[in-house]
Design a protein. Structure first.
Length: 410
């Protein structure tokens, strides 16, 4: 039974797993470009689904601020609210910094990532990808999510930042718990924070050629707490969406005949599949958020000062006002919102890092696993129960067994 138009939509439930595209269309039909929603605990917010409206929100950091202190619902939020890791109060990270200080922090992060040599980055990605494939290639079957995509990005990022390779699995678990926003979210955030502060202490004592050492050497005067928070943001934003980008792209290539050539040595359509995923099946579906600095109007809605606005990236990407023919967008069209927009968008060097890891990860699979095919019906593939990130719970495949290359088994 369809809910009344005035009833806010719960930002939870199985439809975010099974049919998010139809859910966003229904929200848009019943509520328009700016939809009233409720979060865990019946906390109200607005989900911005319109492409133009989202452009307006992300392009005006004064009216639609990242300062979470503005939120008019803080008196309703308990200390154990599972979404606190994603919608935090007074977190000294780049996510909640505004103005000139934000620009300085963005510059520090961009400089630290830009100093990563492209050949070194690709070399790390190939090394870890080959090790992960070595662990499964003789079996003739594997789960490309659990055994591969969920392990690769964080291992590369950990190496770039300065973590030991052995810390990777624990960081994966902590990040997934934190991002899914359920009962283990707080403990996941705690593990990640503890790991970051220990790494900072190690690198202050013994600097090295890594991202953390470069951030510590920055002369802008950021505290250890601020740098640790930024590293947590970078790790969370760099790992899980990239893992889902790999998984979602491989699913598309294994289920859509348009990309069959890539499975047999072609490479041009790898980039096309990755770009189509960013339009049609983006890993980051919804983002929290912005807060209205004063009463205003948006998409025909009256927004009160302190209201929380959630960025509906996938909803905006599929807005019929800008996707009038409903065609898939591949090739060079990158006007999607998958990396955000405005001064708080994902820094360009971070986008490049994610793209190199994802593309390398996909290409290694295609190179190493001949005649790869799905080991389950395409319609049986399921997604994690999260309105924030869209990724597969598993991607079972079969292939002809091949020998390992001889890398270290993981």
């Amino acid at each position: 039974m369809t809910a009344p138009a005035s009833a806010p939509v719960p930002l939870s439930g199985p439809r975010f797993q099974t049919e998010p595209a139809e859910l966003y269309r229904q929200m848009r039909r019943e509520h328009g470009a700016v939809t009233p929603v409720v979060l865990d605990g019946d906390v109200p917010a607005w989900l911005v689904l319109g492409y133009r409206e989202l452009h307006q929100v992300t392009g005006d950091p004064v009216l639609f601020s990242r300062d979470s202190d503005l939120w008019n619902q803080w008196d309703r939020i308990p200390d154990d609210w599972p979404l606190l890791p994603m919608i935090g109060r007074k977190q000294p990270s780049i996510l909640y910094t505004v103005g000139e200080r934000h620009r300085e922090r963005a510059g520090m992060i961009s400089d630290a990532l830009e100093a990563v040599e492209p050949s070194e980055l690709r070399g790390y990605a190939e090394k870890f990808a080959d090790e992960l494939i070595d662990a499964v290639c003789a079996k003739g079957e594997t789960d490309l999510v659990a055994d591969y995509a969920m392990l690769l990005p964080v291992r590369v990022l950990a190496r770039l930042y300065g973590f030991s390779d052995e810390q990777g699995p624990g960081l994966v678990t902590a990040l997934n718990d934190m991002i899914d926003g359920r009962e283990r979210a707080i403990s996941g955030q705690t593990h990640l924070a503890t790991s970051m502060f220990q790494l900072l202490a190690d690198r202050k004592a013994t600097p090295a050629d890594d991202v953390v050492s470069r951030m510590l050497a920055d002369k802008s005067g950021f505290s250890d707490e601020e740098i640790a928070q930024d590293l947590m943001v970078m790790m969370a934003a760099g790992h899980q969406p990239t893992a889902d980008w790999i998984g979602n792209s491989l699913r598309l290539m294994l289920t859509d005949d348009r990309f069959a050539a890539s499975l047999f040595g072609g490479r041009n359509s790898v980039a096309e599949a990755m770009n189509e995923v960013l339009w049609e099946d983006t890993p980051t579906q919804n983002v929290a958020g912005r807060w209205a600095a004063r009463d205003t109007q948006l998409g025909g809605r009256r927004i009160r000062a302190g209201d929380l606005l959630l960025l509906g990236l996938q909803g905006a990407n599929s807005d019929p006002q800008v996707r009038t023919d409903g065609a898939a967008l591949t090739g060079g069209n990158s006007a999607h919102f998958s990396f955000g927009h405005g001064e708080h968008r994902c820094p360009f060097p971070a986008q490049e890092v994610a793209e190199v890891i994802a593309r390398t990860g996909i290409e290694v699979v295609l190179d190493r696993l001949p005649d790869i095919d799905l080991a389950a019906p395409a319609e049986s593939l399921t997604r994690r129960p999260s309105p924030w990130l869209r990724g597969l719970t598993e991607l079972p495949v079969r292939f002809s067994p091949t020998p390992a290359l001889g890398g270290t088994s993981v």
